[in-house]
Write a protein that binds this ligand. Structure first.
Ligand SMILES: Nc1nc2c(ncn2[C@@H]2O[C@H](COP(=O)(O)OP(=O)(O)OP(=O)(O)O)[C@@H](O)[C@H]2O)c(=O)[nH]1
Ligand SMILES: [Mg+2]
Length: 224
């Protein structure tokens, strides 16, 4: 027997709300030891992990954020930097990815010069140009050991059409900055996907059904 009355309506509403939660897949890539796991942990868990080990394959973390009243699930793919731990998984990383975060360690020049290789890998896996990408220089708390000047990183980011964030997963004062990296991408994706939904709906003649249209005009909502 079908449930009826308010209970059924409530069930319907929550089901609808549940179904409306969009999921954005964001992958975090870069050399081993640059702090990818710590950054994703800081964003999803709100703290710096007491200890970490090299990631094997991939670790998933999730956080639900609210942007302009819409709940969005940010699904973070924390990938392995070591070649031997990532080989079998690479195809999965890039499949249907919505955004990419490239991470280097500001105290290790090699991790910055290797970014070319990570970008190349992205291209080889045909990540479309409209997929937003950002550059993150981590470990800024180690001020005395910085090897990658901000000006050089900025130039590189500009040349690759990426925003640059310099931050520290470790320093609690920087936690807002870490949050901004993911929120910036989520906002961009929300705006981008809203346009997409609107176009699809328009083609199907039901523009009104999904009320995403206002996002396309609201460009000021992105924290960056
Ligand atoms: N000082 C400092 N250390 C950090 C920071 N972020 C990470 N670390 C340290 O850097 C080391 C490597 O961090 P991970 O997050 O495991 O590095 P990863 O990029 O995930 O490495 P793989 O999983 O091997 O690819 C650990 O010892 C962390 O404690 C930071 O912002 N500041
Ligand atoms: Mg890791």
């Amino acid at each position: 027997m079908q449930p009826s009355g308010p209970a059924a309506a409530e069930l319907d509403a929550s089901l609808e709300q549940y179904l409306r939660v969009r999921i954005f897949k964001i992958i975090v890539i870069g050399d081993s030891n640059v702090g990818k796991t710590c950054l994703t942990f800081r964003f999803c868990g709100g703290a710096f992990p007491a200890s970490t080990e090299a990631t094997i394959g991939v670790d998933f973390r999730e956080k639900t954020v609210e942007i302009e009243g819409e709940k969005i699930k940010v699904q973070v793919w924390d990938t392995a930097g070591q070649e031997r731990f990532r080989k079998s998984m690479v195809e999965h990383y890039y499949r249907n990815v919505h955004a990419v975060i490239f991470v280097y360690d500001v105290t290790k020049m090699a991790s910055f010069t290797n970014l070319k290789m990570w970008i190349e890998e992205c291209n080889v896996h045909a990540v479309p140009p409209f997929v937003p990408k950002v550059l993150v220089g981590n470990k800024c708390d180690l001020r005395e050991q910085i090897q990658v000047p901000s000006s050089v990183a900025l130039k590189f980011a500009d040349a690759h059409n990426m925003l640059l964030f310099e931050t520290s997963a470790k320093d609690p004062k920087e936690s807002q900055n870490v949050e901004s990296i993911f929120m910036c991408l989520a906002c961009r994706l929300k705006a981008q996907k809203s346009l997409l939904y609107r176009d699809m709906e328009r083609q199907q003649g039901k523009v009104q059904k999904l009320e995403f249209t206002q996002d396309a005009n609201n460009k000021n909502s992105c924290p960056c």
